[in-house]
Structures are given as C-alpha cells and as structure tokens.
Ligand binder design. Structure first.
Ligand code: SAM
Length: 231
C-alpha cells in the first residue's frame, strides 16, 4: 500500500509527508470495518487508490490551502479527512448523519493528533441553519444526485466559494438535471474535470460549482421535501 500511495502522490505532484498518517488511517479503517459498516472497499491496494488517491486528486485540481472546508456525507472520511492529512492548513468540518461514523472519525482524529478537525453528527440540511455561507469549499462524494445534493451543500458555501461534488464521468445527464437547482441556489458550473486515479484506469469527475449569489433563506428545505420535490 505504501508504494502505491507514494507513487500516486508523486504522480499528482503532492507531498509525501502525510503517508504515515494515511497508513495508520487505513489500519484503523480495516479494523473498525470488522465490527461496523464503514466501507465495502477493504483490500489495501483498493483503499490506497479508490479512497485515498481519489480524494487526494482534489488537492491537485483546486487550491485548498488555508481554506475552511466542509465534507458533507463524509462517511468514513472521504474525501475530507484525506485532504486534511495531506494539506494540514485546511480548517476541516466532517459532517455525517450517522453518528457511528462520526464516532469512528473522532477516534481516527484523536489517534492521528488532528485535534482541530470538527467531526459533526448531523444532517446537512439542518446544519445549514447555524452555518450558512460558512465555508470556502464544500466537498461531497457518493451522497445524493446533484439536484438534491446542491440543496444540501450550496447553502453552506460562502459567496465566491466553491461546491466541489465528486461524480462519475457519466454525470452529464445529472448535471443537466441540476441546472435549475443551481440557478435557484446561486451556483454556476465553471468547469468539470475528468481525471484518472493514479495507478488505475478508473476515471472520475470533479465538478466546479462557484457560489455567485446568496442562497435564498427558504433553502435548504426539510429532506422529505427536497426528495419529494427536487428543485
Ligand atoms: N463520502 C463517503 C465516501 O465517498 O466514501 C461516504 C459516502 S456514503 C455512500 C453516504 C454518506 O452520506 C453516509 O455516511 C450517510 O450517512 C451520509 N448522508 C446521507 N445524507 C446525508 C445528509 N443529508 N446529511 C449528512 N450526511 C448524509
């Protein structure tokens, strides 16, 4: 795993200083996954590529240094915790609606000495009430379709900041379906970047959505409404 990680980070032109912490994180992930459902990906090579390097790619595509970042629906910490390990200047909030996953993340952060990471148990649409426009960047991977996800995430982004959903390369239709939601919520798609995870032939997509206007106060709505009537 170490070799794969080091090779991948070199290919991405990222520093290696976080590698020992990532190796420890992988150990804790595999161990905890035996007693609770954190991830279906358990082979070391797959954890290195599909969790760690897939997350790390974001650092090579956008400037995260010194930014306030929220990772919505972070699960076992992807992409957010990997970003923070590799770029220590990030002020990170990890948000998930499942408390067991947040407890795991607290354990990992304590073990790795990352005391300043905020691990929050909550739903994004409720968290927005106290943290509206509070983040420079909001990331999210594998949480919801883009029209729904935009309503969960864009209210949290400050004006001029970025919502960076990680999606599949087959997300053209999803992106078209989200155009009305983005317009209403104050976001504009600036670009999409398709990338290959280093050391694999897996292709994923990062969508760059800039927050150009304030999100109207009535959003986000309760999740039942978002789901029943997506924007
Ligand atoms: N982002 C991680 C990854 O890519 O491995 C986890 C993805 S997992 C499929 C989706 C996660 O989103 C779950 O941990 C779930 O609890 C969380 N989630 C779903 N809806 C949410 C919401 N409205 N607010 C916060 N978390 C949510």
């Amino acid at each position: 795993m170490e070799e794969l990680l080091r090779g991948g980070l070199t290919a991405l032109d990222l520093p290696q200083a976080g590698v020992p912490a990532l190796l420890r994180y992988a150990e804790l992930l595999v161990e905890k996954n035996k007693v609770m459902n954190l991830t279906a990906i358990t082979e070391p090579a797959d954890i290195a590529a599909l969790h760690f390097l897939d997350s790390a790619v974001l650092l090579s595509l956008a400037d995260f240094s010194g930014r306030t970042v929220a990772d919505v629906g972070t699960g076992a910490g992807f992409p957010g915790l990997v970003l923070r390990i590799l770029e220590p200047s990030i002020h990170l909030t990890l948000l998930d609606s499942l408390n067991k996953r947040i407890d795991f993340l607290k354990e990992v952060c304590a073990d790795l000495g990352l005391e300043d990471v905020d691990c929050v148990h909550g739903r994004a649409e409720e968290f927005a009430a106290g943290h509206r426009e509070g983040f420079d960047i909001v990331t999210s991977r594998a949480v919801a379709s883009l029209p729904l996800l935009a309503e969960l995430c864009l209210p949290l982004v400050r004006q001029g900041g970025w919502f960076l959903p990680m999606k599949s390369v087959d997300s053209d239709q999803e992106l078209r379906a989200a155009s009305h939601a983005l317009e209403v919520l104050g976001g504009v798609v600036e670009k999409t970047v398709d990338y290959v995870i280093p050391g694999t032939d897996v292709r994923h997509r990062l969508i760059f959505i800039k927050k150009v206007r304030e999100t109207p106060q009535k959003y986000p709505r309760a999740f039942a409404k978002i789901k029943k009537n997506p924007l």
